[in-house]
Design a binder for this molecule. Structure first.
Ligand SMILES: NC(=O)c1ccc[n+]([C@@H]2O[C@H](COP(=O)([O-])OP(=O)(O)OC[C@H]3O[C@@H](n4cnc5c(N)ncnc54)[C@H](OP(=O)(O)O)[C@@H]3O)[C@@H](O)[C@H]2O)c1
Length: 383
């Protein structure tokens, strides 16, 4: 009996486990499915998917039952890194999964889609040299996985994500960069047009889909799914809602036209280049590459997933309802990291130990020595 239960336990390899999406998946599998699924999440130092040999050696050794890939090179990576991590890494993982005859779950992105409304899984941008390195590598990955599904019998599922929101984005990217800009009061006006809608993806719900897709291969194999909140949200409405949660006055409700913003961006890029010339390193947020999309709608249809056997675990949770939780998490984190100073201790609360650490380190040290250095009893071996 015990043996049968042990046999059933599956082992998965998660690539990108330190990232926003990978971290959320790792947490889910460790806390919710530990009895039936074990997850190995090697860091990029242990297993870099740029190296085909690393992938082969690791998977040969671990012999997993499935692989989930949430790795990506930084958004503004050069062509080589984007190609090697986002595309070649994907292809090599897929080749290894094919050889081991195991499912491969791949995270893709709405950057493979044009602007427009109610876009379906069949839609995609034409592959062209003018795409950003990120979009090009994600699009090529989708195309090759489809090809390998047909030609090599690869058992894969592509999950296309839109603008992702959730806790633990330690790099402050995408949605969280927008949120940070508002919290930091560095957005003076609205960099969008009235009512321009986009789709948003809830990171916390994604693990439930991945788990479901792993359990229902016959239905999900060889398929692409959009994973977004059912209803899109207008960017101006979202920004103004965040502003009111934070009780801020900025950004002003003035809509800045795109040509003005584009000129500003051009000027900033030149300025950054000039300053770099003098040895002053200036790095503009990579999200500036998406500036144009603030002025164009991009909404993804969720019909295909809704018609599948997957059931949304928290149907009422949206980017708007998640805001209070996100506000508390990120303002606390950014405050502790001294990234924002607008929100004072009133918000973060008062901590006696922290006060002692700041003002009475000697007393704190003595009190810890007096009563808090004995070995943990609950960690000691029971004799
Ligand atoms: N966040 C979004 O808004 C968004 C939107 C649409 C789609 N997506 C997709 O979702 C996936 C995850 O995105 P994310 O936001 O979670 O990214 P992220 O937070 O930037 O994390 C990226 C992860 O990739 C790992 N990685 C980078 N280079 C690697 C390499 N050579 N070998 C192995 N691992 C490597 C990083 O590990 P280290 O830290 O150790 O380098 C990190 O764990 C990506 O496929 C992305 O395209 C994200």
């Amino acid at each position: 009996m015990v043996q049968a239960a042990q046999k059933k336990k599956r082992l998965g390899v998660l690539i990108g486990g330190s990232g926003l999406i990978g971290g959320t998946l790792a947490h889910y599998f460790k806390t919710k499915t530990a009895d039936v699924i074990d997850i190995r999440a090697p860091s990029s130092k242990k297993l870099s998917i740029r190296m085909a040999e690393d992938i082969k050696a690791y998977l040969r050794r671990v012999r997993p039952d499935f692989v989930i890939n949430t790795a990506m090179a930084a958004l503004d990576s050069d062509a080589q890194l984007a190609f090697e991590v986002n595309y070649l890494g994907t292809v090599n993982l897929a080749r290894a999964c094919c050889a081991l005859n195991i499912p491969y779950i791949h995270m893709s992105s709405a950057s493979t889609l044009p602007s427009g409304e109610n876009l379906t899984e069949e839609d995609h941008l034409p592959l062209s040299p003018h795409l950003s390195n990120y979009a090009k590598s994600k699009l090529m990955s989708e195309r090759t996985l489809k090809y390998m599904g047909k030609q090599q019998g690869l058992d894969y599922t592509v999950i296309r994500l839109a603008i992702v929101y959730g806790e633990h984005d330690h790099k402050i990217q995408g949605f969280h960069r927008l949120f940070f800009t508002i919290a930091d009061e560095s957005m003076p006006f609205l960099f969008t047009k009235k009512g321009i809608q986009h789709s948003y993806t809830n990171a916390n719900k994604l693990p439930y889909l991945v788990h479901h897709a792993l359990d229902h291969r016959e239905e999900f194999s060889g398929e692409t799914y959009h994973f977004v909140d059912k209803d899109p949200i207008a960017l101006d409405e979202l920004i103004l809602t965040i502003r009111s949660y934070l009780e801020l006055k900025r950004p002003n409700e003035i809509y800045f036209p795109y040509p003005v913003i584009r000129s500003g961006k051009y000027f900033l890029e030149r300025l950054a280049k000039a300053l770099n010339w003098f040895g002053i390193g200036v790095r503009l947020p990579p999200e500036l590459m998406f500036l144009e999309s603030f002025y164009k709608p991009q909404t993804l249809s969720s019909d295909k997933l809704e018609e599948s056997s997957f059931v949304d675990p928290f149907p009422d949770e949206t980017v708007i309802t998640a805001l209070p939780k996100l506000v508390i998490y990120y303002l606390t984190r950014w405050g502790h990291l001294n990234l924002i100073t607008t929100f004072n201790e009133e918000f973060f609360g008062c901590n006696d130990l922290e006060d002692d650490f700041r003002f009475n380190p000697r007393d704190l040290l003595n009190s810890i020595h007096a009563d808090s250095t004995a070995p943990f009893v609950d960690v000691q071996d029971k004799q």
